[in-house]
Write a protein that binds this ligand. Structure first.
Ligand code: ZN
Length: 164
């Protein structure tokens, strides 16, 4: 089966065991829902089919279910870097697709922060005139800094693990 994807149209649903991977997918710019703990397999599968999302899971039992082959992507490693590399190699996930376009915490698309929000940002950042982004979903502010450069370094490492 050819699971390879084109562009950024692909969307994901991660089971709760893969929440770290899910946050990184958001960080790379992919629309990713992370399941709440305790959702049964049938609920996850139905949601993935209804939303047109790839269902990322470590749970092999789900493969027994009808239509699982349409959406389920089985991950065989517990290590996030290996999972990331697998998605890059098999699905063509681009870890450098559009970093910082989406909130890693709640999956909402970020917008430029309004000028009146600037006062919530440390003055040393504000004075640099760097772009500041706002999450309309959870209210977080994002700006270039040491945290952001660490995230970029990890995404770059995932891209390398994907052989890109
Ligand atoms: Zn958010």
């Amino acid at each position: 089966m050819d699971w390879r994807i084109q562009g950024s149209g692909v969307r994901f649903l991660c089971d709760e065991m893969l929440h770290r991977l899910g946050r990184w997918l958001r960080g790379a710019g992919y629309d990713t829902v992370i399941a709440e703990g305790g959702d049964p397999d049938g609920v996850l599968l139905a949601r993935a089919l209804a939303d047109g999302r790839k269902l990322l899971t470590r749970d092999r039992a789900i493969l027994q279910r009808k239509r699982a082959n349409e959406v389920v992507v089985m991950l065989n490693s517990d290590a996030v870097r290996a999972q990331a590399g697998f998605l890059g190699q098999t699905l063509g996930v681009d870890w450098l697709l559009d970093p910082f376009s989406r909130c890693m915490v709640c999956n909402t698309v970020l917008t430029p922060a309004a000028p009146e929000m600037d006062r919530m940002v440390p003055a040393r950042i504000r004075d640099q005139g760097v772009p500041i982004h706002f999450c309309p979903g959870c209210g977080r502010l994002y700006w270039p800094g040491s945290h952001e450069s660490r995230i970029r370094a990890t995404l770059l490492d995932f891209a390398r693990a994907s052989g890109r």
